[in-house]
Design a protein around this ligand. Structure first.
Ligand code: DC
Length: 205
């Protein structure tokens, strides 16, 4: 079974997806980490992301390994976020990542987090959640996470949001059958409780 959790940066997807996976005993899949690895590898090698996307070995788990090298922290810098967003706009990169993601979730129980899980990667997902929060709230959360100031994060976030939602290939948008959940002002526990209740409903029906 696949639970799809999509939405913009800072809506709380990672925390929610991890907690929901733990609560249900499912495995968590962070698809953003894969685009981050492609962006990082491209920057390190000075090549375009579409040239190398299908040559990389990306291992996701407690630590993120890129061709065997631990890049868990390196993929979270502001430069890496920018590189990931650029890589994610390339159709060749998306094709390579989506193919890997579909192989990964083909067996077992997954909570997969990203932008296009419910629309492209797993259109038959048992439950699709589209998490949102106000731009201010998302920037505030991310700033607290990475120890940066809110105004800078908000400015960079606005540019990335614009690119992620207006790109030609698989732009960020909720699936027609997604449940939209605005997490502004909600605690992590509240959101996780709502999602696990929705999963229980789907299992019954
Ligand atoms: O979720 P994140 O911030 O780690 O994602 C990094 C970038 O990759 C971000 O610009 C959105 C993009 N992305 C995507 O286009 N599709 C996904 N399934 C996951 C992430």
């Amino acid at each position: 079974m696949v639970i799809a959790i999509d939405g913009p940066a800072g809506a709380g997807k990672s925390s929610v997806a991890r907690a929901v996976a733990a609560a249900l005993g499912f495995t968590y899949l962070d698809t953003g980490a894969m685009y981050r690895c492609v962006g990082l590898a491209a920057a390190q090698r000075g090549v375009a992301p579409e040239q190398i996307a299908d040559q990389l070995t990306i291992e996701l788990g407690e630590r993120v390994l890129l061709d065997g090298v631990d890049v868990t922290e390196a993929i979270r810098t502001p430069e890496a976020s920018e590189g990931a967003s650029r890589a994610a706009a390339e159709p060749t990169v998306r094709r390579a990542m989506v193919a890997q993601q579909q192989r990964i979730v083909a067996d077992g129980d997954w909570v997969a987090e990203g932008r296009d899980i419910g629309t492209v990667v797993a259109p038959d997902a048992a439950l699709k959640i589209f998490l949102t929060a106000s731009a201010q709230e998302r920037a505030r959360r991310r700033a607290a996470q990475i120890g940066a100031d809110v105004a800078t994060v908000l400015a960079e976030q606005t540019i990335r949001d614009e690119r992620d939602t207006t790109r030609e290939h698989d732009p960020l948008a909720p699936a027609a059958d997604a449940v939209e959940l605005d997490t502004t002002g909600l605690s992590l526990e509240d959101v996780v409780a709502r999602v696990t209740a929705l999963v229980a409903d789907r299992k019954e029906s």
